[in-house]
Design a protein around this ligand. Structure first.
Ligand code: PRP
Length: 216
């Protein structure tokens, strides 16, 4: 029996399509049920449905043998995982952004953080670890404001000077008057595998990994 952790966000359908290539499909449609754990049709496997940032933890701790989530969540979690495949879909960027006409936006390209003198730069994000790492490299004093969604609002509503968040089409930034100051990470969906499962369930896992990562 293998347990597959599915991300319930934007990449759910693309993830289900990949597992269908390996003959693994949930016997109930997750969109039509409130169940969070569903057996695979006709196979020794089951699916669990998770918030995307929780996928690395479930897989690291062995509550799931493998799963799919963005590289952003793999790195932010710090989980000890095998990450054998870039699945190619879910492409987006983790960016530093700020209001178009702000001191931060004006100052950033001339090497100035734009924060008021003697004050740290307040940056709102769902990614405190990746944000601290990016700013640590630049030596900018940082005050991370940790949020769980609608991050762009923080820079508009004066909760923060800037944000670090995902940009896919750029529409959310554009419609809220923000601009990208810097790309921090190119993101796409990754297959993640529990280290012990890879050793102990190799026979079950290998054909799944090959087909999920292979051509349609
Ligand atoms: C993500 C991300 C941005 C938005 C970017 O949020 O955090 O807010 O999508 O997409 P765009 O560049 O195509 O506009 P999501 O919709 O997942 O919701 P959240 O803000 O509640 O996390």
């Amino acid at each position: 029996m293998i347990t597959v952790a599915l991300p319930k966000g934007r990449t759910l359908q693309a993830t289900l399509d990949r597992f269908a290539r390996a003959g693994l499909s949930p016997e109930e449609d997750f969109a039509a049920t409130r169940k969070l754990i569903v057996p695979a049709r006709g196979a020794q496997a089951r699916f669990v449905l998770l918030k995307d940032p929780d996928v690395p933890l479930y897989v690291e701790r062995g509550a799931a043998d493998l799963g799919v989530c963005g590289l952003d969540h793999v790195l932010e979690s710090g989980a000890d995982l095998l990450v054998p495949l870039d699945l190619g879909f879910g492409a987006c960027r983790l960016c530093l952004a700020a209001p178009r006409d702000s001191a931060v936006a004006r100052g950033w390209r001339s090497g100035d953080s734009g924060a008021e003198k003697g004050r740290s730069l307040r940056v709102a994000t769902k990614y405190p670890r990746l944000t601290a790492r990016a700013f640590g490299r630049r030596g900018v004093p940082l005050d991370v404001v940790r949020l769980s969604g609608s991050v762009e609002l923080a820079a508009v509503a004066d909760l923060a000077d800037a944000i670090v968040d995902l940009v896919e089409t750029g529409r959310t930034l554009e419609e809220n008057g923000l601009v990208v100051l810097e790309d921090l990470l190119q993101v796409s969906a990754r297959l993640v595998v529990n280290r012990a499962s890879y050793r102990l369930k190799l026979e079950e896992l290998l054909p799944v990994l090959e087909r999920v990562g292979g051509p349609a």
